[in-house]
Design a protein around this ligand. Structure first.
Ligand SMILES: Cc1cc2nc3c(=O)[nH]c(=O)nc-3n(C[C@H](O)[C@H](O)[C@H](O)COP(=O)(O)OP(=O)(O)OC[C@H]3O[C@@H](n4cnc5c(N)ncnc54)[C@H](O)[C@@H]3O)c2cc1C
Length: 394
């Protein structure tokens, strides 16, 4: 990799065969999959790439409940070679249960993994402490999943962008999409703060903003944004396996040694608030830090040196939407419902298939379709209790 390589932006020509809205991992992975086949692709990003959840997440790559799981697991070990840039992917995951309830809950990954032919081992407390030197006497039990893993979100995101550009794909940052120009049942152009970009096909991959953009085309994408936080400790000596979580947390040890962890509860917010406030962290970081200290008592003294908040897109049933929109002939919608980082190698490939071939060739995406929400109650947010808190309470 070239250490000082910069993102280079290209102004001309205006328009592209495929215009992708959103420079997160979903949009950039799709852009890369398309560009590597010679498709003329342009990614439009309102801010900087990775400014959304894609640059603020836990880096987990273990989505055993998804129809894209097998492709996720197949692709991650190859991503450094495929992209030509490092992702810092590390395989496998250990999950520590501090009580019986957590042990039962974390069994689901073992069951789902086994369904797809992946092995998991149940660990007794002594085995957990042997594998995880920072674990303590409070361990109830654990699991060693021989699948999944984690990667560095920033490295990965940058890798997608550079690899897409290496194949001729283009990226424009600080370019907000504001509307669409239609010609019959097709989108002919994408209106932005930097003018109109003509296109043959549009991919809307704008994270929590996917719903508001799709609504401009009368496409209903039910979504709620949730605010989540992460903390990072000072660097500690590297554990042999950096992908350790549990105790209601997700996260990893970075290659520099920092423990980077997040965990609920997530706070429902109005997506319009994302651009104004609330990207700062709150007292929730103390709760996360306390849970990290309980997970790793031997390093409970480690100082927290950073924290941040991010905004997660959530569909009513918690599963992604990756589909061609019904009413408009040349639009693909992709919003990942909180599992978008790990699935990004596979989701990008699925979007490529939908755009070029009209259907995904390697996985059954029927459970990720838009049509599953046709009967959705208009008051679904109220029914699920997914209502924003008043600003003063955050
Ligand atoms: C704290 C936290 C921890 C997480 N942990 C994990 C994890 O361990 N594993 C995992 O798989 N997932 C995790 N996630 C979820 C994951 O980060 C997201 O699912 C994923 O990043 C979504 O990527 P995306 O590209 O679809 O959307 P985003 O990252 O939200 O990107 C969308 C982009 O679209 C841009 N945009 C919006 N509107 C417009 C517009 N009008 N014009 C142009 N651009 C626009 C935004 O600026 C943004 O950059 C976590 C998320 C958070 C916040």
């Amino acid at each position: 990799m070239e250490p000082n390589k910069q993102i280079v932006e290209h102004e001309a020509p205006r328009g592209a065969s495929v215009v992708i809205i959103g420079g997160g991992v979903t949009g950039l992975s799709a852009g890369w999959w398309l560009a590597r086949e010679g498709v003329d692709v342009l990614v439009l990003e309102a801010g900087l790439i990775g400014w959304g959840a894609s640059g603020r997440n836990g880096g987990g790559c273990s989505h055993h409940h998804s129809p894209l799981f097998l492709e996720e697991q197949r692709l991650w070990p190859m991503m450094d070679d495929l992209l030509g840039y490092p992702t810092e992917f590390r395989p496998n995951r250990i999950r520590i249960a501090l009580n019986h309830e957590q042990f039962q809950l974390y069994r689901r990954a073992l069951t789902n993994g086994a369904h797809h032919g992946f092995r998991s081992d149940v660990l007794d407390p002594r085995q957990v402490r042997e594998l995880v030197p920072y674990a303590g006497d409070n361990v109830f039990a654990g699991y060693f999943y021989h699948f999944g893993g984690h990667a560095n979100p920033h490295r990965t995101l940058q890798g997608y962008a550079w690899a897409m550009q290496d194949h001729g794909g283009r990226l424009l940052q600080h370019t907000t999409v504001t509307g669409f120009e239609k010609n019959g049942d097709k989108v002919a152009g994408v209106q932005t703060t930097r003018g109109v970009f003509a296109c043959d096909h549009v991919v809307i991959a704008a994270g929590p903003h996917t719903g508001e953009l799709a609504a401009m085309l009368d496409i209903d994408v039910p979504l709620v944004a949730a605010r989540a936080e992460m903390i990072v400790t000072e660097p500690l000596p590297l554990m042999a396996i950096g992908g350790v979580d549990g105790n209601g947390l997700y996260g990893r040890q970075t290659l520099r040694g920092n423990l980077a962890y997040g965990g609920g509860p997530h706070e429902w917010i109005d997506h319009r608030d994302m651009r104004r406030e609330r990207a700062h962290s709150t007292p929730l970081q103390s709760s996360i830090a306390a849970r990290v200290a309980a997970l790793f008592p031997k390093v409970a003294h480690a100082r927290v040196i950073r924290s941040w908040a991010g905004f997660i897109e959530n569909t009513p049933d918690g599963r992604p939407i990756i589909d061609r929109a019904g009413g408009v002939a040349n639009v693909t919608v992709a919003t990942l419902s909180s599992v978008g980082f790990g699935l990004s190698p596979a989701s990008g490939r699925a979007i490529r298939d939908l755009v070029v071939d009209g259907a995904c060739r390697f996985a059954d995406l029927s459970t990720l379709s838009l049509s599953r929400f046709v009967q959705l109650e208009p008051e679904w947010k109220e029914m699920q209790g997914w209502l924003p808190l008043p600003a003063g309470l955050i």
